[in-house]
Design a protein around this ligand. Structure first.
Ligand code: 5GP
Ligand code: MG
Ligand code: MG
Length: 179
């Protein structure tokens, strides 16, 4: 039985502020944010607005697995970055679990000769191999974010997700249209 943790938007904002506060204390100001698709996109946007910068790039990487089922390695599907040479890069994702995703992403970014790379995730699992430079809290459960709750219920229909009936009804309609 998987244990779930469902942070509210308010919890998420608190983690964002906590991380940004730490960056401020360390006088760390990145030149560019690299968001890990897709879970890192909304946190990256929230950080960018606090930092008053607009420079967000993206890496499309996927660890094909369901809750608590791990493949060997994440697969990099596309790299939407440019102009990282000599830049301070902040990599942002929603959570680090095994740490494989952050490791693969930092390896790819290294090839663009940045000045330095730091990583930030809202949450980190206690067993993660790679502890992000910045994180909000450690959580040893499967996290259901407001931005991926439908993704979670699709593979775990029993997951405690509000309004899932509406999701399933519409998902079925569109699945038929998609064929
Ligand atoms: P890792 O490569 O560190 O094992 O996993 C990182 C990626 O897996 C994240 O980008 C995220 O998409 C997904 N992931 C890992 N743990 C969780 C979790 O508890 N909840 C959700 N929603 N996604 C997770
Ligand atoms: Mg992800
Ligand atoms: Mg995801």
């Amino acid at each position: 039985m998987v244990e779930f943790f469902s942070p509210t938007w308010d919890d998420i904002e608190e983690q964002i502020f906590r991380i940004a506060r730490k960056m401020a204390t360390e006088s760390f100001y990145p030149d560019v944010i690299v968001a890990i698709l897709t879970g890192g996109v909304i946190p990256a946007k929230l950080f960018a607005d606090i930092l008053n910068m607009k420079n967000i790039k993206y890496i499309d990487i996927k660890f094909y697995r369901d809750v608590n089922q791990t493949d060997s390695k994440p697969v990099i599907r596309a790299v939407y970055v440019n102009d990282l040479e000599n830049k301070k890069v902040l990599v942002v994702d929603d959570v680090s679990d095994t740490g494989e995703t952050l490791e693969a992403v930092t390896n790819v970014i290294s090839m663009f000769s940045p000045r330095l790379i730091r990583t930030a995730t809202l949450y980190v699992k206690p067993w993660s191999r790679k502890i992000p430079d910045y994180f909000g809290e450690q959580v040893g459960k499967w996290i259901i974010f407001p931005w991926d709750k439908w993704d979670v219920v699709r593979s775990n229909p029993e997951a405690p997700v509000a309004k899932k009936e509406k999701y399933f009804e519409l998902h079925e309609i569109f699945s038929k249209m998609k064929g």
